[in-house]
Design a protein around this ligand. Sequence first.
Ligand code: NDP
Ligand code: 2IT
Length: 439
Amino acid sequence: MKEVKSRNGHEPEFIQAVQEVAETVIPYIAENKIYNGKNILLRMVEPERLISFRVSWVDDDGEIHVNRGYRIQMNSAIGPYKGGLRFHPSVNASILKFLAFEQVFKNSLTTLPMGGGKGGSDFDPKGKSDDEVMRFCHAFMAELCRHIGPFTDIPAGDIGVGAREIGFLFGMYKKIKNEFTGVLTGKGLSWGGSKIRPEATGYGTVYFAQSMLKTRNENFDGKTVVISGSGNVAQFAAEKVIQLGGKVVTLSDSDGYIYDKDGIDQEKLEFVMDLKNNQRGRISEYVNTYKSAEFHKDEQPWQVKCDIAMPCATQNELQGDDAALLLKNGCICVAEGANMPCTAEAIHTFHEAKILFAPGKASNAGGVATSGLEMSQNSLRISWSREEVDERLKDIMEDIHQSCIEYGMEGDDYCNYVKGANIAGFVKVADAMLAQGVI
Ligand code: NDP
Ligand code: 2IT
């Protein structure tokens, strides 16, 4: 860690992600001689390649803007680089390196042959017209296309990158390369996308939580669930919770959260989906239509009493005092839909209390897993039915849960899913790196 900190001292999110993995993986390396003296973890924390580039584009008023584009190609030991693109003003090398590092372990857990990468830009799609977003995406891909390919690196969506952006990015890649390939995932259904990919991260997080609850003879039926975020992951996590009989009482965005004491049912959720995905509105507008709800400006939903909490917005959104509040209010299960939404202190608090806690690299892996299924369908030039993809997604989430149990049990009755996910993810990548030698 000393070396990681001295080399990356100005990258707090990256150091946070590495620290969490190191704490669980280093003792495992010490116990398993084949990994000794190979400096595997030190190799894993150095990106294979870090690409940064200028993205110039013209807004609707003719003004020229410059953003910074990135792609971090972290590890290709078990497959081509795979991971999303994030467009958000906060994007920088530290955030993308933490995400790329997490992605290596997550992709390894999915059982599919995918290495890890992440990319994006400090471009803010909020408030931009469709034409502006298109011009930005085209400019971004005009450079990125040199560094990716269906056998090299396959990006997808993340915060600020959804179906609209993937369409514009794919169009420019195809035009420049004159190739119709599965170079991106999250594509539209009529041009190579997989059924269930939009739903997969949220559904998968709920499937994972379901497996955890089952170990305690519990399920979602009748449970009160607090969800943060109102984007792709939050929407479909909410949908699956509702289908399983749970009561979702909150959603949020960066302006605050809504609390609906009557529960957000499928009809209300469809209103939210239209509001966020088509109108590109704010979650506060929910209370104008549903009078039973309250909007809490600049606050987070963790103070709301619940049985299950699902942080689905962004990193470090749930801190130590939020964790204490959730426990005080009787929360029994926390499943991360976002990447690293809980701080180290919050995770420690959950572990001390021995509640069920799922780290994102395990619980939100359904998104990238279904991206892997999209890649398979593209290579086979076929498309699977909704039921078939959903069944595979369920099986993968169950496999990931089993892997966590295999490596994460502490004593007979408590599974430390952080430890389980980190070690299970590490083993597959480390074994491949050992087999391939020092490169
Ligand atoms: P979206 O862009 O669809 O939605 C993001 C949501 O989070 C919005 O409600 C947004 O609110 C909120 N949010 C973003 N940044 C902040 C912030 N700094 N503070 C408070 N709220 C914020 O993204 P996704 O739903 O795709 O991603 C959500 C999380 O899930 C991310 O951590 C992502 O890395 C992770 N993830 C996504 C996967 C996917 O397949 N899409 C797969 C696995 C993980 P606002 O509109 O105000 O910005
Ligand atoms: O964090 C993630 O796993 C994603 N944003 C999805 C990546 C992907 O390649 O589908």
